[in-house]
Each structure stands twice: as C-alpha cells, then as structure tokens.
Design a protein around this ligand. Structure first.
Ligand code: ZN
Length: 338
C-alpha cells in the first residue's frame, strides 16, 4: 500500500500531471496551429491579391495563358480601381498600392487607358505582335477595303525585319504604337532593360515612318511600377484594352467574331493579333466584325482619335506627368502566375 501509496503519491500525481500537461499541450498546439493556419491563409490570400494587383492588366496571350484570370477583358467597364485594394497590406507590401496610385495618376491625365469615351459610339481595333509578312498585309487589305483605320502595336525587332509593312500601316492612316523590342514580360526586367526594350522600338519605328510613337502597349498587358514609370518618363501613353477575342487560341473564326461582337461597346478598345502565330482566323473574321459593328452604328477610330475624344483632353505635350515613383528597391515584379 505504502509503495502503492508512495507510488500513487509519487507517480499517480505525476502521471495525472503528465496527462494534464499533455492534454494542455495538445490543446495549446491545436490552438497555435489553428492560429498559424489562419495567418497563413490570410497571408496567402494577401499574396494572391498582390499577384493579382501586380498582374491585373494581364492579357490573354499564349505565353501567359494561365495568368489570364485577372484580365479586364470581359468586364463591361474595366476601369482600374481608384484606390488600391491592398491598403491593408501596404505596410508589408507597398508595391501594389504604388502601382494603383500610379495608374490612377496616369488615368487622371489620360495617360493610361483601358477604353476610350464610353459615351461615344466609336471603337478602336488594335492589332498586336506584328508586323508579320504573311498576315499583316491581309489585315491591311481588309482595313483598306472597308475604309477602316486601326492601330498596330508593333514589336521592335519585327519592325526592323519588315519596315515596309510598318510604312504601309502608317501610309494607310493607321496608328503605329510601341509593343517592346522582343515581347518579354517587362515587369520581370530591370529599369535599364525596360528602357532599352521601349527605346529601341521607338527608334526603329521612328526610323521607318519618321514619327516617334506616343502610344505604348506592354506585352501581355502586364505592368508594374517600374514599367509605368519608365513609359511615363519616356512620354508614352500606356494603352491596354477592354475587349478581346482570345484570337491567339485559334478558337475558330465564328468564335472570334461572336466574342468580339458580344463584348464590343461604346469606346471599346479591341485587341486582336496580326503576328505571333497563325492569324488566318482573325483575318477571316475581320470583314464580319467590321460590317456588323458598322450596322450597329459604330465608327472605327485610331487610338489617337480616341484619345482626342476623351471627355478630358490629354495634355498637348507628351511630357512626363507627375506620378508616385518611389519604387521600393526590393519590389516584387509582376508574376507570370502559376
Ligand atoms: Zn503582344
């Protein structure tokens, strides 16, 4: 008994204490794990928001097809938010706040556009990734046949390879814009590399048509603070788009046509491609797109005209405007996604 008592006194209380401690430990650990899980979930959501913010202008393009969830292309009024959705996270991750502040500042000066005037029955057809020796002449032929002026965002190295096509684009009354030298995700590049991608292209276009481009479309529609700052400092207006047909997926001519016709609205900037792959479906659908939209009362304008028709006229010069430019040195670049 004594031993038992002793055992009881010595061991039982200890065993009981050990049981209590383990139970407490398990409960405490569960609570900690639960808290950590919530914290991780919140951080993950925040991180996803950051990624979405940083790539919110993402285009549906072949190379970044998996990142297209944040594309504004299916929204009727895809204006960027005036304030950052990341304010709560800004002390930790200030970069997206800066990005949206920059976009808002640029938008207020009509130096960053998703759409034209939403109260005017005009549409801008835009063609990216050319010039292409096979498809660009076909697109130009259709535009000429229907008397339509469009806008071409050209890749610099393509301009250098096919200068005559760019000359024809311009001679036909179309606008020629800058779409980088080699179509990288600019948000992953340094400021110097971004500068080089943009400047080399503007130089090439100016050399061919005698006019330096004033409009710039970032490849994939992806921007970050560095890209926006650089474009602004170079006096370029950044143009995204409001509607697209995802013609790069070659879904069939009828699908391309129906997508564009269903999305097109007042002031729409429609993205199509005359380079970068098989664009035969785009070319085939173009006459129906043009004639149908005309029947609906739309006028086709270049982006230059669209800018002039905005309610608030852009500044007469292309000088840089003030935007927040204090870019964190370790700011994350836009992610191409999973
Ligand atoms: Zn492109």
């Amino acid at each position: 008994m004594g031993l038992e008592n002793i055992d009881g006194e010595v061991y039982f209380p200890r065993r009981a204490g050990a049981k209590i401690s383990r139970t407490s430990l398990v409960i405490t650990l569960c609570a900690i794990l639960g808290l950590l899980g919530s914290l991780m979930l919140t951080m993950t959501e925040n991180y996803n928001s950051v990624q979405q913010s940083a790539t919110a202008i993402t285009a549906n393009t072949p190379e970044l097809a998996t990142t297209s969830t944040t594309s504004p292309t299916n929204k009727a009024t895809p204006a960027a938010p005036k304030s950052s959705p990341m304010n709560l996270q800004s002390p930790i991750l200030p970069f997206p706040t800066l990005l949206w502040e920059q976009i808002a500042a640029l938008q207020s000066h009509n130096r960053f556009l998703y759409t034209g005037n939403r109260y005017l029955r005009e549409i801008a057809l835009t063609f990216d990734d050319g010039p292409n020796p096979y498809y660009t002449p076909q697109v130009l032929a259709v535009l000429q046949r229907y008397g339509v002026k469009a806008s071409f965002f050209c890749i610099g190295r393509q301009v250098a390879s096919y200068p005559d096509l760019v000359k024809q684009e311009y001679a036909d009354g179309n606008l020629v814009g800058n779409h980088s030298w080699s179509h990288p995700n600019l948000a992953l590049l340094s400021s110097d590399e971004i500068d080089s991608q943009i400047n080399l292209t503007s130089n090439a276009i100016q050399q061919v048509i005698g006019v330096r481009p004033t409009l710039f479309r970032p490849p994939y529609g992806v921007v970050n603070a560095r890209v926006l700052s650089k474009a602004n400092l170079l006096g370029l207006t950044t143009i995204i788009w409001s509607d697209e047909a995802r013609d790069w997926t070659t879904p069939g001519t009828s699908v391309i046509v129906s997508r564009i016709l269903s999305l097109a609205g007042d002031g729409a900037i429609i993205l199509m491609h005359d380079g970068g792959g098989d664009r035969s479906q785009t070319v085939a659908g173009l006459p129906t797109i043009i004639t149908t939209l005309r029947l609906r009362g739309y006028q086709f304008v270049t982006l230059q005209q669209m800018l002039k028709d905005l309610p608030k006229r852009p500044a007469s010069t292309q000088a840089p405007i003030f935007v927040p430019t204090t870019i964190p040195s370790a700011s994350p670049a836009a992610s191409p996604g999973p």
